[in-house]
Design a protein around this ligand. Structure first.
Ligand code: SAM
Length: 295
């Protein structure tokens, strides 16, 4: 059983979590001191055995805990804050439970991803979560570049120590006017949400370095940004892409015995443009015929 714990405000603990802390036979906690601290604040006595369960030992401990589950014990897995498995321990035991066909469920609750996303005011209908950006500058830039044409809202975790360098990298990669939000110390006394743009947020981080725990929320690429990102000739036609699609479709016909119509349909579907639109099948067919005539 996974249990979400508060990300700052103890009053966010669910009634189910409080009951589980009291009744579970075993509580596997990322940091046992923080578990007892939370239990004290909630006025609950941890009834069962408490074991340390963190990134460094979860591979060793998961199966032992699941042996207990097999014997009928209720095992509660909690991290220091928020949802286990979300940049926190827990995934190993979930996977092993699935492999061993043991029951696993979750008492859900607070998580900084959804809290920040909801407060950001940015689109919530489609979003993705990127966790922490890489520490190394070159990796960080590469990762951010790979997200340049992502159209969903993107959520990142960040720390006060690295926020300056991270914002420099965002400013290097993304358009300066792209809407971006910094949310910090969510659910705590000093909760703050800075709704801004990439360039202004970077400046705000320089002028007033944010302290505490941080989530960054970046709006996805706009249609204008996507159009600018797609390679095109002077007429706006994607000549290179059509030729590549024609070659792939031709390959399917030769190697897999596809009919040209089916090969083109499959290939076009499999390779949408950056803005999600599909290539014109007639153009691909014409390019394919041209290709075959040359052979
Ligand atoms: N499992 C947690 C969850 O569900 O949100 C995340 C754990 S991860 C190790 C810690 C990161 O989550 C922090 O560095 C910060 O980016 C984010 N975070 C956690 N609590 C937060 C809070 N109260 N306000 C803002 N960000 C928070």
């Amino acid at each position: 059983m996974l249990g979400a714990t508060p990300i700052g405000n103890p009053a966010d603990a669910s009634a189910r979590l409080i009951k589980l802390l009291h009744t579970a036979d075993i509580v596997a906690a990322e940091d046992t001191r923080r578990l007892y601290d939370l239990a004290n604040r909630l006025g609950v006595r941890v009834g069962g055995k408490v074991v340390a369960y963190h990134d460094h030992n979860e591979h060793l401990k998961a199966d032992t805990l699941l042996d207990d589950v097999e014997r009928g014990a209720v095992v509660l897995v909690v991290s220091d804050a928020g949802m286990p498995t979300i940049n926190d321990p827990g995934l190993t035991i979930v996977r092993r439970a699935i492999e061993r066909r043991l029951p696993i469920t979750c008492a859900p609750g607070p998580s900084a991803v959804l809290d920040a996303l909801a407060l950001s005011g940015l689109p919530t209908d489609r979003f993705c979560f990127e966790g922490f950006v890489p520490r190394k500058q070159s990796d960080r830039i590469r990762r951010l570049r790979s997200l340049l044409t992502e159209t969903r809202t993107i959520v990142f975790y960040e720390t006060p120590q690295r926020i300056g360098r991270t914002m420099d990298a965002f400013a290097e990669v993304f358009p300066p006017l792209r809407p971006m939000v910094l949310a910090r110390e969510l659910t705590k006394n000093y909760e703050e949400v800075r709704r801004s743009t990439v360039a202004d947020l970077r400046q705000s981080v320089i002028d007033d370095p944010p302290r505490g725990e941080i989530v960054l929320v970046l709006q996805g690429a706009s249609q204008e940004e996507l159009r600018a990102a797609v390679p095109s000739d002077t007429d706006g036609a994607e000549v290179f892409d059509i030729d590549r699609l024609a070659r792939e479709a031709d390959d399917l016909c030769r190697r897999n015995g596809f009919k040209p119509k089916d090969a083109i349909a499959v290939t076009v579907q499999a390779h949408p443009y950056a803005d999600g639109s599909l290539a014109n099948k007639k153009d691909v067919y014409a390019a394919m015929v041209h290709l075959q005539q040359k052979d």
